[in-house]
Design a protein around this ligand. Structure first.
Ligand code: MG
Length: 119
């Protein structure tokens, strides 16, 4: 688990915010709350951009990360998220640049996420 995720875990423990020990999709009303928190921070990030305010942009990007890490904990994904990120990264790196945009060319490899959920 990376350091930032550990710090957010400390926050969850301090304020009794749920932390699941194993991956689970169904988290009840918490999913909508997590969505709302992330969306609120994304909206604040856009405000920072519109205001041409680099300090606020940095602050809101941290808020977004904080909310995303919290959501990872609430879904119990903390023990697999680093490996999944690397898998997604490999997939991203397999994309091709063509006609001034990233595309899924002949070399593209879809991220294999299911392998992290098989026992
Ligand atoms: Mg914020």
């Amino acid at each position: 688990m990376n350091k930032q995720l550990e710090l957010v875990k400390d926050f969850h423990k301090k304020f009794n915010v749920p932390i699941l020990e194993t991956p689970r999709a169904e988290i009840g009303d918490r999913a909508q709350l997590r969505f709302n928190l992330i969306k609120e921070e994304v909206d604040e990030y856009i405000k920072g951009v519109e205001d041409n305010d680099p300090e606020n942009i940095a602050k809101e990007l941290c808020d977004i990360l904080y909310c995303v890490y919290g959501t990872i904990l609430e879904h119990g994904l903390q023990d697999v998220i680093d490996e999944i990120f690397e898998e997604v990264h490999k997939s991203q790196m397999s994309k091709t640049y063509s006609s001034q945009k990233m595309i899924k060319g002949d070399e593209y490899k879809e991220a294999n996420i299911s392998k992290f959920f098989k026992n």
